[in-house]
Ligand binder design. Structure first.
Ligand code: ZN
Ligand code: ZN
Length: 305
């Protein structure tokens, strides 16, 4: 088998980008680990079969059934439950996703409208490994329900909605009215789950958001750009001092992806940013392997306590 990577230009060819960024949600999460380029480009047409594929496992059957559920039930707003043709009704969108305050360009924590610096105090003192962060909302009620319904309820109509809200936030920028525009990453990837957690859940919620988001931003998605080397404890259950140590050396850029990271601007997608330690470690790993810039695209951010 030819294990050589094609030239880097294969990542930026328009037809491949289109195909790779919008594979159907039902088939992708159970895909085998493999060559990032082959998964991204060559296998993409196989993921869009013309005829239904036989179910390979019970899990595959459940996944396909879940993916079809949104088409079988009447549509309602994911937040207030009112009958609505879209996943989120207009009043809910206005109330919870159009706030106009500023956020730190680097870590997305809310900052005062009068602040002169585009960074918060923490980022000015202690620069994180990532260069920018964009979030769609704070991780508070009721928006947190969208994350919980996706992560633990397997609601697969949500990723396109979360991606749309994140896309809108990216275009709006972290500092409305200040003329600060974020630089578009060259490619997207998602924070990888550990193998055990992926098996338990059946899908990676970050990757599910990254797929439609790559389509909306019109940039390629490379799912295997970063690999998780070991399981880590949930950051939320650890004291602050332990969190950094918990994440240390948790990720690596696999051999086949190394060439594609060098000199590039990578966008990392995740569902929730809590302390930022996980995203910081992913960014530090990518930079160690030569990435020029790293931007986090995260649906919701936990407010600092
Ligand atoms: Zn609503
Ligand atoms: Zn900050």
């Amino acid at each position: 088998m030819d294990r050589k990577l094609p030239p880097r230009s294969d990542f930026t060819g328009a037809p491949e980008r289109r195909i790779s960024s919008t594979p159907p949600p039902a088939a992708a999460p159970t895909r085998r680990r493999s060559d990032p380029v082959k998964d991204n480009v060559k296998n993409a047409p196989e993921l869009v079969p013309h005829a239904p594929q036989p179910f390979r496992s019970k899990q595959g059957f459940v996944r396909q059934l879940l993916a079809r559920l949104p088409q079988l039930i009447p549509s309602s707003c994911a937040l207030c439950g009112r009958s609505n043709p879209h996943a989120l009704c207009e009043p809910c969108q206005r109330q919870f996703f159009t706030r106009n305050f500023r956020r730190c360009v680097q870590c997305a924590v809310p900052i005062a409208m009068s602040a002169r610096d585009i960074r918060c105090g923490d980022c000015s003192k202690n620069k994180p490994a990532f260069d920018a962060t964009v979030v769609a909302c704070d991780y508070v009620a009721p928006a947190d329900q969208l994350v919980l319904a996706l992560k633990f309820g397997g609601d697969l109509r949500l990723p396109p909605l979360l991606a749309q809200l994140l896309h809108d936030a990216f275009l709006r920028g972290p500092m409305p009215g200040a003329g600060v525009q974020l630089v578009m990453p060259t490619m997207l990837t998602a924070v990888p789950l550990g193998r055990q957690r992926l098996q338990e859940r059946g899908f990676n919620q970050a990757l599910e958001i990254a797929r439609p988001l790559a389509g909306l931003l019109d940039i390629p998605l490379v799912p295997q750009l970063v690999e998780r080397l070991r399981e880590t404890q949930a950051q939320s259950g650890l004291p602050l001092a332990m969190r950094q140590r918990n994440m240390r050396k948790a990720f690596i850029v696999p051999y086949l992806a190394m060439d594609h990271v060098k000199g590039r601007h990578v966008g990392i997608v995740d569902d929730v940013m809590t302390t930022g330690e996980t995203l910081n470690e992913v960014a530090a790993t990518l930079k160690r392997f030569g990435a020029k810039r790293v931007t986090n695209l995260v649906f919701a951010r936990t407010l600092p306590t």
